[in-house]
Structures are given as structure tokens and as C-alpha cells.
Design a protein around this ligand. Structure first.
Ligand SMILES: Cc1cc2nc3c(=O)[nH]c(=O)nc-3n(C[C@H](O)[C@H](O)[C@H](O)COP(=O)(O)O)c2cc1C
Length: 336
């Protein structure tokens, strides 16, 4: 099994699942337009992003086949593999080195952040995973949150109320504190799958990622926050969510409709690290990669619950017609 995003890219290149774009492309609409064309088909690697030294990958796990490849399972066994990974989650190893320390900057405008749709509030990082400390359970949490850049060292952050990061943020805020966070962009897709899973309060999703990766995940400590992040990440940022600042944002969500404008909290970034020859990851909101990442963990849970309660259940699928979220089809064995 591969352990980082770039070795996964090599793997899918061999199976002719990677479309390479050598021509210069703009982060404004062009990358999103090509990604939309490739929906449910190949992943795209943009080798020449205008105005940036980062390469960019999109539609990385934009099909069930690649989803299965990412976790080393057959397409028909994805759900079982996820359910097993949750029950056998195990602490990852900690490494004293990490390739992302190869380069650093204080300026987030060097990132090739994509503008996807005309009426969004701005460009967004959509593959950003945030790591924070759960102050009550003394564990770490990891979850996806979109980030919109504001100048050279701030982002607005969308945190759905009640999700784990929002609970930690509210805890910090009511104690008069900002919340330290680490952020990764460009991780192995098995890590993305685990971090899209709504694990129990206090449960560290990185342990589920480790199990999905056959215990091959290694973590590295961020120097300022002490938070642990996947050591093979392409890009890592450290900063804090400010307790007393907001900025209005909105974007297209999983149903391909615009979300309503809301004031969102703001992150102050202190440092940005990245690997040599860095690869940025973009996820096109509302399209298959985003929908599968959101829906597959729920589908796995549904399969496990339904099979226990109704043993005649063969499988449960969240359909693409229902945005992999709103519509489930249950296959059962005939009893007569
Ligand atoms: C591509 C993608 C983007 C997401 N963006 C957001 C977001 O902007 N805000 C948010 O609150 N949740 C977002 N989510 C959902 C959460 O990351 C997800 O529900 C996660 O499991 C929550 O983790 P928790 O159990 O630690 O709260 C996104 C998920 C995916 C897959």
C-alpha cells in the first residue's frame, strides 16, 4: 500500500487513472472546469499552474474504483474495510523528521488556491484538514473545513455548529482563548477518508487512518502548536482560530447549490511548510470526490447497522443521484 499522496499518484498513473495536463492553467475557473469534465473519471494532475510553483491534483478519489484502490480493498469490500478500520483503530508511529519541513514561508498567497464558481465569496482551499486538541478528552481531532484566504496570512473557516472542531473552538472562546490548529493539504486519500468520518467525541480519526493504511501512517510534531500531523503531507500550516474576529463567506455545497452568506471565524496563520516539488490538492465541491468523501463513511455505518438489525440486508448504497447523502438503496436477499 502507498503511504503518501505522490506515491498514490504514481500508482494510479500505472493503471491509466491519471490525466496529466501540461498546458498552463489558471486557478480562476480553468482548473474547476477541467475537473468538472473529468467527474467520475480520471484524476487530474496539473503540472503547470500559472503563477505558482506548486503542481495541483484534483478528482483524486473521484470514483468508487479509486476509493477502493486508496484503501487497498475491492470495490465491493469498501464498507467492510472502513467498519473494520474503525473498530481496530490503532495509534500511529511518531517520526522525528518530516519532508514538509524542507521549505517554509509566512505567505499563504504562494498556494494555488482555486476559484471554483463565479458567485462564491472567493477562492477556497477545499481539501484542508484541521487538527486540534480536544481540551475535555485530551485527545486530538481531525476534520475537513473549507478555508477562504484573506490577505497573506489569514483565512475564514467554515465550522458547522456542533461538529468537534466547533465544540473545541467554543470551549476556547468561552475560556477567553484563541484555538491553536494545524492544517494539512495534500495527504494520502486513506487519511482523507478517515478525517471525513464523524467519529465519536474524543476519538482520534488519525488512528482510523492508520488502520486503513495497514498501520503504516506516521505522524510528525508541529513545532509551534505541538499538534501531530501526517508526516508525509505535502503542505502543513500552523496558526490559531481567533476568538473575536469573523469574515463573511459562502460557497457551493454538496448539492451544487450556493450556501448562504454567514460570518465565519478567522484563522491567523503563523507558518506554512511544504515539501520540495510540492503538490496541492483541490476538491471540487458538489462533485463526486467531495460527495464520496462525505458519503462513504455514512454508507459504511449504514451497512453495519442494517446488516445487524436486518440480516437479509446484502448491501446499502448511497446513490450518486441523491448526492451520496440523501438517498439510500438497500439490496436484500429474497426469502421466498
Ligand atoms: C471535502 C469536504 C469538505 C468539508 N467541508 C466542511 C466545512 O467547510 N465545514 C464543516 O464543518 N465540515 C466540513 N466537512 C465535513 C466534516 O469534515 C466531516 O463531517 C467530519 O467528519 C467532521 O468531523 P468531526 O467528527 O471531528 O466533527 C467537509 C467534508 C469534506 C469531505
Amino acid at each position: 500500500m502507498t503511504v503518501d499522496m505522490r506515491s498514490f499518484l504514481q500508482q494510479i498513473k500505472k493503471t491509466n487513472d491519471l490525466f496529466t495536463v501540461k498546458k498552463g492553467v489558471s486557478t480562476k475557473y480553468e482548473i474547476a472546469a477541467v475537473t468538472e469534465k473529468l467527474d467520475e473519471s480520471k484524476a487530474a494532475l496539473f503540472e503547470n499552474v500559472k503563477g505558482s510553483k506548486f503542481k495541483l491534483v484534483s478528482n483524486l478519489v473521484g470514483s468508487r474504483d479509486r476509493f477502493a484502490q486508496a484503501i487497498g480493498s475491492k470495490k465491493s469490500d469498501i464498507n467492510q474495510k472502513i467498519v473494520k478500520a474503525i473498530s481496530s483503530a490503532k495509534k500511529p508511529r511518531i517520526s522525528s523528521t518530516a519532508k514538509f519541513f524542507e521549505n517554509s514561508s509566512k505567505d499563504i498567497s504562494i498556494l494555488p488556491i482555486v476559484t471554483h464558481f463565479q458567485n462564491e465569496s472567493g477562492p477556497f482551499i477545499t481539501s484542508s484538514i484541521l487538527y486540534t486538541r480536544n481540551q475535555e478528552k485530551k485527545s486530538q481531532n481531525s476534520s475537513f473545513h473549507r478555508l477562504m484566504p484573506i490577505g497573506k496570512n489569514q483565512f475564514s473557516i467554515r465550522m458547522v455548529e456542533g461538529r468537534d472542531l466547533h465544540r473545541s473552538f467554543m470551549f476556547a472562546k468561552t475560556h477567553g482563548q484563541d484555538l491553536p490548529v494545524a492544517i494539512t493539504v495534500g495527504v494520502h486519500p486513506a487519511i482523507s477518508i478517515a478525517c471525513a468520518f464523524q467519529a465519536k467525541w474524543g476519538k482520534n480519526e488519525l488512528e482510523i487512518a492508520n488502520s486503513l493504511m495497514n498501520n503504516k501512517l506516521t505522524l510528525a510534531k508541529c513545532p509551534s502548536t505541538g499538534l501531530l500531523v501526517p508526516s508525509t503531507a505535502e503542505i502543513v500550516m500552523e496558526g490559531k482560530i481567533l476568538r473575536n474576529k469573523t469574515h463573511k463567506e459562502w460557497m457551493v455545497e454538496m448539492l451544487r447549490t450556493y450556501d448562504m452568506p454567514r460570518p465565519a471565524p478567522v484563522i491567523q496563520i503563523e507558518k506554512l511548510y511544504f515539501r520540495n516539488n510540492p503538490i496541492y490538492h483541490d476538491i471540487l465541491s458538489g462533485y463526486t470526490e467531495a460527495r464520496l468523501l462525505m458519503g462513504m463513511p455514512i454508507e459504511a455505518k449504514l451497512n453495519s447497522i442494517m446488516k445487524k438489525k436486518f440480516p437479509q440486508t446484502k448491501q446499502v448504497i448511497l446513490t450518486s443521484g441523491g448526492a451520496n447523502w440523501l438517498h439510500a438503496v438497500v439490496q436484500i436477499s429474497k426469502t421466498r
